[in-house]
Write a protein that binds this ligand. Structure first.
Ligand code: FCB
Length: 445
């Protein structure tokens, strides 16, 4: 049924995967020595997360990981991307490690490998230990050292079995939403805090990449960036200026220093007080691949009340949208892949792409999600067109394996190929799960 080309149209060795993250699925938030992260804290603040949802139980992956790995095996993916919860392995963020927390990822990695799947480990998917936030978190320049020590612990422990390492997930999102705005943890909303955070997270990335390179033989190291076109909501001078500044923050403030050695111009002019001699060389370290998370374009508008003067506008009224309102523009995905190929000259792995909906089982217990299938078909088709036009794309991961805790939206937005009942935590593969399994099988034959 798929209109997506099967082999031999896909490059040899093209890798198919599925993604997840620690806080969004693990649960067991206070078990076996795990300490709170900044997201545990945020979930307890009134009005920050829809319905007061928390990650306390999430998909209970901490206990059900074997079942979840079995699902990935049924799916037939080559790779499984997950993140380590820093406060599970280092409850205070630094100092004494938590043996039970470290053991969990041993069990998970061993199960993934036993299923014939390559583990892709991301060190930071937004769950900073609260103990470190109490010391200023990413606004404290020492955070780069804290992160490097955490990276060293993980590299020494898992580097014998894990070869694919990502330092951070979506630098721009967690720094902008958590430090310039109050949309994510820790919700500071201050220009200076945001600028410090940008620079310290870049330093942490560079230090972490060096540590992994030194400790993991044959490591393949990357960083995961969201990148999407930023278009002005209205064709006015103020919306165009807002779009240009948001573009620097969203698309440039992390990959440019990490891969080209400099900040984009408007960010450079204000971040300079926080940059010390030698920093840019510490940030710009050799990497093996570019991780791209992409969903759809952003429409920007001038917003005088926001920290930087830019805000999120609406897509045109006639734009196709997902059930949760995100605009659907597969051609923009194709263009981003081509643009990235030329700009940074690294192999690209699409580390997240997918679609949010309001999926529920029908009376027979099936979860049919035809809109997700159409979205994935269109986006995978656009990726194929990009490859045909010369984009260096080596792999693709769907976000996500399971319905997860979706940050401020709580459990109200379902991105999984597998439905997770909030009452029983039962897993039900959706029709998109079967579709993706068939696509992978066809792409290999
Ligand atoms: C990305 C995040 C991921 C998930 C998807 C829907 O920005 O990396 O954790 O929430 O969006």
């Amino acid at each position: 049924m798929s209109t997506v080309p099967a082999a031999p149209a896909w490059p040899r060795g093209f890798l198919w995967g599925v993604s997840s993250s620690s806080y969004q699925i693990e649960g067991a938030a206070a078990e076996d020595g795990r300490a709170p992260s900044i997201w545990d804290t945020r979930c307890r603040l009134q009005g920050k997360v829809a319905r007061g949802d928390t990650g306390d139980v999430a998909a209970d992956h901490y206990h059900r990981y074997a079942e979840d790995v079995a699902l990935t095996k049924t799916l037939g993916v080559d790779a499984y991307r997950f993140s380590v919860a820093w406060p599970r392995v280092l409850p205070r963020g630094r100092g004494a490690a938590n043996p039970k927390g470290l053991d969990f990822y041993d069990r998970l990695i061993d199960a993934v490998l036993a299923a014939g799947i390559e583990p892709w480990l991301c060190l930071y998917h937004w769950d900073l230990p609260q103990a470190l936030d109490d010391l200023g978190g990413w606004t404290n320049r020492d955070s780069a050292g804290w992160f490097a020590d955490y990276a060293a612990l993980a590299a020494r422990r898992y580097g014998d079995r894990v070869k694919r390492w990502a330092t951070f997930n979506e630098f721009a999102v967690f720094t902008l939403f958590g430090y310039a705005q109050d949309w994510g943890a820790p919700g500071i909303g201050d220009r200076a805090a945001h600028l410090r955070t940008i620079h310290h997270v870049n330093l942490a990335h560079g230090a972490g990449a060096d540590v992994i390179r030194a400790l993991v033989p044959r490591a393949s190291i990357g960083a995961i960036h969201n990148r999407q076109p930023i278009w002005p909501e209205h064709d006015t001078a103020t919306d165009r200026a807002a779009a240009a500044l948001l573009d620097e923050h969203w698309n440039g403030a992390f990959p440019d220093p990490q891969l080209l050695g400099h900040y984009p111009p408007q960010v450079a002019s204000v971040i300079e007080p926080y940059v010390q001699a030698g920093d840019m060389a510490r940030i710009c370290r050799p990497l093996d691949w570019f991780g791209l998370n992409h969903y759809g374009p952003i429409f920007a508008r001038a917003d005088a009340a926001s920290t930087w003067g830019f805000g999120w506008g609406s897509p045109p009224a006639d734009a196709p949208r997902t059930e949760i309102g995100w605009p659907i523009y597969p051609d923009a995905f194709r263009d981003v892949l081509l643009d990235l190929t030329h700009r940074y000259r690294l192999p690209i792995y699409v580390t997240e792409n997918g679609v949010g909906g309001k999926d529920t089982p029908d009376e027979t217990g099936r979860v049919d999600d035809p809109k997700r299938i159409s979205f994935l078909r269109a986006y995978i088709g656009a990726m194929h067109a990009a490859i045909q036009a010369g984009a260096d794309v080596r792999g693709y991961f769907v976000w996500s394996l399971l319905d997860s805790f979706e940050w401020g939206a709580g459990y109200g937005e379902c991105f999984g190929l597998v439905y997770v009942s909030r009452d029983t935590l039962e897993r039900i593969p959706k029709s998109s799960f079967r579709w993706y399994a068939d696509l992978i099988a066809a792409a290999r034959t």
